[in-house]
Design a protein around this ligand. Sequence first.
Ligand code: FES
Length: 134
Amino acid sequence: MSSRLTTRWSPPIRRATDMAFQVACPAEDLPVGSRKIVDLGKITVGLFNVDGTLYAVRNVCPHHGAPLCLGDIVGTMMPSDVGSYEYGLHNQLIQCPRHNWEFDLRTGRSVHDDAVRCRVYPVKVEDGNVLVDA
Ligand code: FES
C-alpha cells in the first residue's frame, strides 16, 4: 500500500524513468539562426537554433495561449539606474507575438514576473537528429 496521498486532481508525477528523448527532426533542418515548429504527440514544440545553441519551447504562451514560438528572438532592457539604459540577454528571450511578454529560452521564466513560465524542454543532437525530452 502506498503511503503517498493523491487526489483525483493530482498532476501526473514525472519520474526519471519516464523521461525519454524523442526524435523531433533531422539536425540539418535546424541550421544556425533558424526555427522549426514540430508536433510531438499531444504537444507542439518550437525548436530554435540560436547561435549554435538549441532550445525547445512549448508553442503555447502561459498568458493567453498564443502560439509563442511564432514570436521574435530578442534581448531586453535590463534593470538599471535612473537615466541609464542597459541592453542585455541578447538572443536569449522569446517574445510572444500577441502581447509581447518575454520568456527566457533557457528557463522559460518571464522576464517581468518570475512566477510565470513557459514550458521549455531538454534538447540535444544525436545521430544526426534533434531529440527533445517532452
Ligand atoms: S498571449 Fe502571450 S503575452 Fe499574452
